[in-house]
Ligand binder design. Structure first.
Ligand code: SF4
Length: 111
């Protein structure tokens, strides 16, 4: 008996199963394929400390003079590719997503 046969059969079975499952997975809505990160709350301790707001135009400009109109999470270097709901994972808030219209004091221009 060839000892490599069982693993070869197993490999072929996995390839066939994977090929059969691919169209099913592709047909699922994106939200069913990958869990989306929960939205960051403005009341989150770090968010509040950085003046995060879901809508940048609501930023207290007197308290955060670094804020300039036009700046938002959507054009911040810390933001990553948008989820299906449009919210963005942010390097500063692991495990959370931020509003594309949001802003916080750690905003950095994309290069
Ligand atoms: Fe938004 Fe950038 Fe602040 Fe993250 S670091 S919350 S993307 S402004």
């Amino acid at each position: 008996m060839n000892p490599s046969r069982p693993s070869r059969r197993r490999f072929i079975r996995l390839v066939v199963l994977g090929a059969a499952a691919a169209p099913i997975v592709a047909a699922l809505p994106r939200s069913a394929r990958a869990a989306e990160l929960p939205h960051l709350e403005e009341s989150d301790t770090l968010a509040a400390a950085l003046g995060y707001r879901h809508v940048a135009t609501e930023v207290d400009a007197a308290r955060y003079p670094a804020y300039k109109p036009g700046q938002s999470c959507a054009n911040c270097k810390q933001a990553q590719a948008a989820q299906a709901d449009g919210w963005l994972p942010c390097a500063l808030f692991p495990g959370k997503s931020v509003s594309p219209k949001g802003w916080c004091g750690a905003w950095l221009a994309k290069a």
